[in-house]
Write a protein that binds this ligand. Structure first.
Ligand code: GSH
Length: 225
């Protein structure tokens, strides 16, 4: 079996795994999934421990967690995209910024989205009539704090060249982050980074492929991008 990526085209973390595959023109089969039951049945005990997507299958190897999928692709399916910088010190910085985007941008986006669902674990139960406003406010405040941190970091540092692990993490995080809480005017570098990322072919492909699913965005997708 060749490479298979299990995920959903509207899922931010699926984008994170699709971006390196697109950027390196790596042949793979995309397996669209709504729930992870078929995956659990196909690979007992090896699908994501939290039931999440994406999951990469590479022969007998099952890789969970989007960051690890990017790292796996960098090692086993390298291409022109410098996913992880060769310089160890730059690689450390790349991994640090990857964590910032996942934990403090995407994590808070997911928190706002989750506050709209009756049950985070069972999205099939649908949307709440009364989204949890305290959760939404707290997560949005955290998002603004993350934007400010990134603005400061970008004023003092350079990102690794595209397409890196940071590109993979930052693109979906800033795409959806701006939908949930607009990047403020005092974070011009973060705004420019978002625009720069959306102009990359691998990212615009993710955006276009996800377009049909926009009506499902719980907060209502804005009329832009
Ligand atoms: N830490 C995981 C997060 C993955 C994640 O949150 N995936 C979301 C989609 S973007 C998911 O599986 N949601 C469905 C669910 O939780 O049941 C990673 O980095 O891969």
């Amino acid at each position: 079996m060749g490479l298979q990526l299990h995920g959903h085209l509207f899922s931010s973390y699926t984008w994170k795994a699709l971006i390196p595959l697109y950027a390196n023109d790596t042949p793979f089969e995309f397996v669209a999934m709504e729930g992870d039951r078929p995956l659990r049945e196909q690979f007992p005990g090896k699908a994501h421990p939290g039931g999440h997507i994406p999951v990469l299958v590479d022969g007998d190897t099952v890789v969970v967690e989007a960051t690890s999928i990017v790292e796996h692709l960098a090692v086993h399916h390298p291409g022109p995209a410098p996913l992880i910088p060769a310089d160890p010190a730059e690689a450390v910085v790349t991994r640090m910024i990857d964590r910032v985007f996942d934990n403090y941008v995407m994590g808070n986006v997911q928190r706002v989205v989750a506050a709209h669902f009756v049950s985070r674990d069972k999205p099939e139960l649908g949307l709440r009539d009364d989204p949890v406003e305290s959760e939404i406010a707290a997560a949005k405040a955290n998002l603004r704090r993350a934007y400010l941190w990134l603005e400061q970091w970008l004023s003092e540092n350079r990102l690794p060249p595209h397409v890196s692990l940071v590109t993979c993490a930052a693109s979906p995080a800033l795409f959806y982050g701006d939908w949930v809480e607009r990047i403020p005017a005092n974070c011009a570098r973060v705004s420019s980074l978002r625009a720069e990322l959306l102009a990359l072919p691998a990212i615009s492909r993710c955006v276009e492929d996800a377009r049909p699913y926009r009506p499902y965005f719980p907060l209502g997708a804005p009329d832009r991008d």
